[in-house]
Every structure is written in C-alpha cells, then in structure tokens.
Ligand binder design. Structure first.
Ligand code: ADP
Ligand code: MG
Length: 400
C-alpha cells in the first residue's frame, strides 16, 4: 500500500527546484549518494503494485558532519538509511563511503561498512542485561575481536556507559528497568561499541516525551560530536532536524526537495511545500517588482527573486510583529494560548495602503494570518492591531 503523498497538487505543477547535493560541495565527503533509486513490489503480470520509494536521491555528507533527513512518515527515510547501512541494495545509483563504492558497481556487505545503526525503538535485547547488550555490540557477542576476555570487555562496557553519561552500575540492569531515554542511550552505546565512523540514527528520540527528548538528543549529539562520528539522523520532527544537524535534507515524494543548513532551509525554503513542512508559514498573494513584493502586509523585500509579477510571498509568523502604530492593520479573530506565547489569528484590514486597489496587485487585504505573540493580553477578540514585518520574504511562483 502506498501512503498518501503529502505533496499538494500545485507543487507538482511548479518547476523542480535545483537541489545541490550538499551545502559544502568542496568538503571532504565521507558519504556520497548518487541517483539512488529503490522500488518495492513486483512489476509485470502477477506482481502487486509497485511502490517507487526513492526516485533519485543525491546527498553528500561531510566527514564528521551531522545531517538530518526530515520528511513525513512513509517518505522513505528508513529505506534510505537501510541502503546506506547495507541492509538493502539500491535498484540503481551508487553509494560511496570514504571514496569506496559500497553499493552500485560494487557491493560491500553491511558488516564491512563500519557503520553504527540505532533503530527507531532502540531494539535492546530484553533478555540480556545492559552490559550484555553493549558487549554484544563489541563483537556480535562472540567475546572476540579487539576486546578479549571478560575483564577487557567489562572495562570497555563501563567506558561506553560513561560515554552516554550512565554509571557502571547500570550494566547489571535489564532494559525494562530503564527509562525510555536511558534505553536509547544504551542503544547508542551498543552502536558505538565497534567505534563506527558513520552513525545512522532512525528516529531514535520519537518515543520519548518532550522534555526527555530534548535532553537525550543533546546528550547523544555531544557523544557523537566528541567522537567525531559522521552522523545521519532521520526524523519526521522538523524542530529536531533543525536543532540537531549542520545540514538538513528535506525528503518529499521520493526525492530530496532541499538540502541546506538549518537556517537556510527554514528561512529560505525552496518551495511552498517545503516551507509548510518545516514550520508555520504565512503565505500571501503578492505582486513582485524588482526585489519588492507588494502584499497586504505592505512592501516586503525579497532576496534574489527568481520570478516577477504575481507571486506568493512566504513569511515566518515570528517575522510579523505587533507595532504601536503603523499603516498595516488587522483585527484579532481568536487565539491559542501556549504559555510562553500565544498564536493569534488576525484578519488583515482591506486596502492596507488607504488607496484604491490597483487591479495588478493581488491581495487587497482581508486575508487571515496567524502570528505569535508573547503577551496574551495583546490578543482580545475584535482588537485592532498595527503590524510590521521584520526581515525578508521568500517569493514562490504561482501556478497559473
Ligand atoms: P519512513 O521511514 O520515511 O516512514 P519507509 O522507508 O519506512 O518510510 O517506507 C517508505 C515506503 O516503503 C512505505 O510505503 C513502506 O510501506 C514501503 N516499504 C518499506 N520497506 C518495505 C519492504 N521491505 N517491502 C515493501 N515495502 C516497503
Ligand atoms: Mg521510518
């Protein structure tokens, strides 16, 4: 069964954004993924439906870098990680690790790729103690390899526990005697045991509650950064991707819709669907001339516009501020209180410039936008507010 595509129809009518393979194309690439495709299901008579999950993935990951792959559930994130790890092989395309082809023209099996993998549920062995779980990572439980003998193994297990900020006494516990965050840290310790050069994390924090999620994410990021491990985190949580990684890749419709540093993908998304996936967005009809977009929030500067005329302008809600006075006005419709801030729905006033409407200028006011404000008292229903916009907008072409 194919899960429903999150891509709205209008996006498919727009030209595809050009996507660089990484943000630092001159960097020392640890991992290179070129035109990788993967389809599940059988073709031809008798075969069920085919599911084209990856339709040409290109991604470069710098050595020691942290990349987050973010996309909705079912978009193929786990499939991509499994291809990198060597648990699956691509239908076409190439994967290179350290300059060596591991999938494509050649094949290097999973156990020879020196890659650590933390699965979504941590997947600790419930019948083994924490120490045994970690020792399993040392050499598949065979008590051999680099760490020979009980004592060497116990010492190494203790080191690994310390690495994830748990003391040696945890070695004797069973997984069910640990909190969710502790289990995830043990899963990481087990994956770190073999000193992998690349760590793949498949939504490792998604089962944790909000506070623990942030703390565990920080702890894990610290361990990996200290060890200099090249890391790929897969998540459907935008905030997690933006805060964890130095490179964010947005997966949509079997491709990476945009790759960039977190600030760039959030503030200058390549298209509307990416903008809306990465956070709340205010999107208004506008008329772009040169680098100024006229819309119901006044003239908004746009950096490097790629089109002119009728566009949609995108602003992040935090760019729209309540002002003490000004020419742009709106009326509070309602709000949601979240404690530190409220999200306020505002109906923009008609004819914001106090001028007759130019038929060329779309957006004569009246649109409803949602902004955020820290002071809940500012948001009384029916209240008239002056608004101002901070910073630049992003213009998207309008599908005619
Ligand atoms: P995500 O991790 O982004 O949620 P997945 O990579 O797990 O997405 O799955 C993407 C799609 O591929 C889904 O439609 C899923 O059902 C399908 N899929 C994944 N693995 C297999 C498999 N081994 N056989 C058939 N279909 C699969
Ligand atoms: Mg998944």
């Amino acid at each position: 069964m194919t899960e429903q595509s999150p891509t709205p129809n209008y996006a498919s009518r727009l030209p595809e954004p050009r996507v660089a393979r990484s943000i630092a194309d001159t960097a020392d690439h640890h991992l290179e993924i070129e035109e990788v495709t993967k389809t599940f299901g059988r073709r031809g008579p008798g075969g069920g439906g085919v599911n084209e999950v990856l339709k040409g993935i290109n991604l470069h990951v710098a050595r020691g870098g942290t990349t987050a792959i973010v996309g909705p559930s079912g978009s193929g994130k786990t499939t991509l990680l499994r291809l990198i790890a060597g648990f699956e092989s691509p239908d076409s395309g190439r994967i290179e690790l350290d300059g060596e082809t591991v999938a494509g023209d050649a094949w290097v099996p999973a156990h020879r790729r020196n890659i650590g993998y933390v699965a979504q549920d941590g997947a600790l062995f419930p019948h083994l103690s924490v120490g045994q779980n970690i020792a399993f990572g040392l050499d598949g439980g065979r008590l051999g390899g680099k760490y020979r003998g009980r004592k060497a193994i116990a010492t190494r297990v203790e080191e690994l526990l310390e690495m994830v900020a748990l003391d040696g006494s945890y070695a004797k516990r069973r997984p069910h005697e640990l909190s969710g965050g502790q289990q995830q840290r043990i899963a990481l310790a087990r994956a770190m045991a073999r000193e992998p050069e690349v760590m793949l994390l498949d939504e490792p924090f998604s089962a944790l509650d909000a506070g623990l999620r942030v703390a565990t994410r920080r702890a894990v990021a610290k361990v990996l950064a200290k060890a200099g491990v090249t890391t790929i985190l897969v998540t459907h949580d935008q905030a997690e991707a933006l805060s964890f990684a130095d490179q964010v890749a947005v997966m949509r419709g079997g491709k990476l819709a945009q790759i960039g540093n977190p600030f760039v993908v959030y503030t200058r998304p390549a298209d509307r669907a990416t903008a809306e996936f990465l956070g709340d967005a205010v999107i208004l009809d506008a008329w772009l001339e040169g680098s100024l977009a006229m819309c119901s929030l006044g003239p908004i500067p746009v950096r490097h516009p790629t089109t002119q005329g009728h566009v949609q302008i995108m602003l992040r809600p935090e760019q729209i501020r309540i002002a003490s006075e000004g020419t742009i006005h709106g009326t509070v419709l309602d709000w949601d209180y979240f404690g530190p801030e409220s999200s306020v729905r505002i109906k923009l006033a008609e004819r914001p410039y106090g001028q007759p409407l130019d038929p060329h200028i779309p957006g004569g006011g009246g649109e409803v936008i949602t902004i955020r404000h820290w002071n809940a008292a500012m948001a009384r229903r029916g209240m008239d507010l002056a608004l101002k916009v901070i910073g630049e907008g992003v213009a998207f072409p309008v599908a005619e």
